[in-house]
Design a binder for this molecule. Structure first.
Ligand SMILES: [Zn+2]
Length: 247
């Protein structure tokens, strides 16, 4: 039996703490709640870690968050040797906020990179210190210095970042919204979550289920650490925090 967890982080990525009720424990000890602020690994963004407090105040450490049989079922994977809560128990949830904020800044930075490099995306991975986006491009003549300058222009312009839901029909009528070459946005639910950047999505909009900061300025200083050649028509761009080191 699969549960459907209310994904609170989709509506409010900044919520660090909330309460939820245990609805199930799976055969591997994974904890399933009625609602959660823990993002489950998907779309290149790692799942959250954090802690759940039981009614008596004792903690259950969460080592990972993943999706279950269905994408709507979110499983909180406890660290080793944690107490197992009862179904029906109310827990106080707290995500590892400093880590999540780094991931939100990095994830938003990846979106900006797809604005600067408007080519089909073949892969992406968001990390706390280093993120990568792979593009299907031949040698396009990009240098990490040029791309960094254009990224930082977008950061400094402090564009808003927000989400908007559209229908599948609306997406079908605007196929250029989808930048990913191999991954199609989930269909069948009738609605698609768009992540928009800029007033009236003037900078960008694309389907994404991840968590992002609310403005480009919140990303802070970033740079392209490396552009790697991954095959004849594939380039891997690595984003890092901080200023580019002078050569
Ligand atoms: Zn995203």
């Amino acid at each position: 039996m699969a549960f459907s967890t209310e994904a609170v982080f989709r509506d409010d990525a900044y919520l660090r703490e909330t309460e939820a009720t245990v609805v199930g424990i799976n055969d591997r000890g994974g904890i399933i709640l009625d609602r959660t602020i823990f993002y489950a690994t998907s779309g290149g963004q790692p799942g959250d870690t954090g802690v759940m407090l039981r009614p008596d105040g004792s903690p259950i450490a969460v080592a990972a968050t993943i999706t279950g049989e269905h994408k709507d079922e979110i499983i909180h994977v406890p660290a080793l040797e944690q107490a197992v809560p009862q179904v029906g128990e109310k827990l106080r949830l707290a995500i590892d906020w400093p880590r999540r904020l780094l991931l939100m800044r990095m994830h938003a930075a990846c979106h900006l990179l797809t604005v600067v490099c408007p080519y089909p995306i073949t892969g992406a991975a968001v990390g706390e210190e280093d993120s990568r986006v792979d593009f299907d491009i031949p040698d396009a003549g990009f240098t990490k210095e040029d791309v960094t300058i254009r990224l930082m222009e977008l950061v400094q312009a402090n564009h808003p970042i927000y989400t908007r839901w559209i229908s599948e029909d609306e997406l079908a009528a605007n196929p250029t919204l989808v930048k990913s070459k191999n991954v199609r946005p989930p269909s069948g639910t009738g609605r698609i979550r768009l992540v928009c950047i800029g007033d009236n999505a003037s900078i960008d909009s694309q389907p994404c289920g991840g968590t992002h900061v609310a403005s480009t300025a919140e990303i802070g200083e970033i740079h392209i650490g490396k552009i790697e050649k991954k095959g004849r028509e594939n380039r891997r761009f690595r984003i890092r925090f901080g200023a580019m080191l002078a050569n």
